[in-house]
Design a protein around this ligand. Sequence first.
Ligand SMILES: NCC(=O)CCC(=O)O
Length: 424
Amino acid sequence: MSLFEEAKKYIPGGVNSPVRAFGSVGGEPVFISKGKGSKIYDVKGKEYIDYVCSWGPLIVGHSNERIVSRLKEVIENGTSFGAPTELEIELAKLVVEYVPSIEMVRMVNSGTEAVMSAIRLARAYTDRKKIVKFEGCYHGHSDSLLVKAGSGALTFNQPSSPGVPDEFAKLTLIADYNDIESVKKLFKENKDEIAAVIIEPVAGNMGVVLPKGNFLKELESVCKNEGTLLIFDEIITGFRLAKGGAQEYFGIDPDITTLGKIIGGGLPVGAYGGKKEIMEMISPVGPVYQAGTLSGNPLAMAAGIETLKILGEEGFYDKLREKSNKLWEGFRENCNKLGLKFAFNCIESMGSLFFKEGVVESFADAVESDTKLYATFFHKMLAKGINLAPSQFEAMFVSSSHSEEDIDKTIKIHYEVLKEMFGN
Ligand SMILES: NCC(=O)CCC(=O)O
């Protein structure tokens, strides 16, 4: 019996998160035994260059020495206290220093929790109930956000999940990413009722889709005029596009920011932060309740602190950009050499190749991609030792641990695979 067969006996679908099950690409998921730097190894010892990076957190690669050694130090003193520690202050300070709009931050355990809490806070702050999200954006799996969601929900054709009561779902209004008119229309129809607009500033869960022109600026100003809070879901883009995330990159001032992934350096951490006036509505200062037994866990804080310190070093993002651009250029050249006109979207160290000709600038464009071709591409890459996300509707990530050699090898294999699929 394979490990997957065995897992399926005890765990629904054999996995603890649906996207891992290879549902949209077929076949059995690879079981991983270890990771080091840019590489992961399956239980049979096969090596892969990894561009999933645990779905984004590992911007400095697997099993980074500084993180591991700090974790060893911290674990000697205990694993959880449910009481304040200095480590929490250290990570909070770094977040406030790095992320322009954050004056205060609350740590939780996952991105889902961060978003769920941010929405509650926005509703309490504005005394309004409705929220706006964009079709194909994914903000974790809390009830209000599982309406026309991206990522695994889209991959598995469950964008609006059963189990979410209609009464909740109808408070979530849906706009089109990169279409400010669709947002304005919702505001017109729901005057003074919208608490918050939540957005992935760069969409990463319908594949990578970049904000066009002034879209984010316009969104910021619509929200300000309407007395609605703008929530930037920077769970993917935070500390990824720049030290201060997408808000620094695009010069936007959101009211609340949600963080996850990189902030935990590979351990479970989420966070939400914003202006002091808003954040001080949270219990025990204010009336908005939110809590967590393991929130601010010392190990998770330590991994986050070490990661953020590395990101703060001179030239970190310049080097990562250079490396990423080399890979993206390689992919583009490969497509050109083979006369392929597939859309390729990238920004800094995140990118997606769409099996769709032309451009992908909206959710409607993204879902026109040929997911069967993606599945073939994915399996051929995997067989040759390149690990990509097992879905068209995800991003790939470059880490600081990817070497020139990794990048060259990946470009070479990418060419071979596309040639096998499309060459004459
Ligand atoms: N881009 C989607 C995620 O990062 C979530 C991964 C998961 O659902 O396990």
